[in-house]
Every structure is written in structure tokens, then in C-alpha cells.
Design a protein around this ligand. Sequence first.
Ligand code: SF4
Length: 104
Amino acid sequence: MTGLQCDVKNCANYRDNCCCRPSIQVEGCTAHGCDQTYCSSFQEKDGYTNDCGCSVPNTALDIRCSAKNCVHYRNEKCSASMISVCGSTACRKDETECASFSLS
Ligand code: SF4
């Protein structure tokens, strides 16, 4: 499990600088920098529900990831103890990014 902080306030899964989902998927299979990654579990906020039915902030998640050029990448998962997902003004998933991507 990886600790996660998130500032994507326009996401239906966001609450209190955390994510309510049990797991997320980060994409960036050809990424060489943070701005080439994104959280594909982003869900546009419309009302108060999200598609996983979770509403409690989850501080440690299972993070699936395709960013194989990152030092934290292990077998399609993130091995970091803590990451940050950023996108305080994001309205689409591709406007978010994993701020903890680090080129291996
Ligand atoms: S952008 Fe991703 S990490 Fe952040 S709240 Fe939404 S689903 Fe969770």
C-alpha cells in the first residue's frame, strides 16, 4: 500500500487532500516527466457520489501504474511509500499528474 495525497478538488473521489477509492490507476507508459502522467481514476464531480461508493478518505491505496520509466515502478504497481497526485484546477483526467514520478 502507498500513502497518497491528492489536491484534485474537482474529482468525485477527492476528500480532505486524500482519495476515497481503495485503488487508483496512474498512466504514463512513455512518460519521462510528471507532466506525462495522469490519474486515470479521476471522475468528474457531478453531485456528491462517485462510482466506487466510497466516501471516506483513504490514506493508503493500492496504486496500479503504467509509468515504467519511474524509479518507483514495479510490475505494474507503485512501490513508493508515499506519492502526491496534483491538479488543483484539473477538470479532466489528463490535467492531473503524479507529482512523485522520478525518472529511473
Ligand atoms: S484524481 Fe485520482 S487520486 Fe485524486 S481523488 Fe481523483 S481518483 Fe483519487
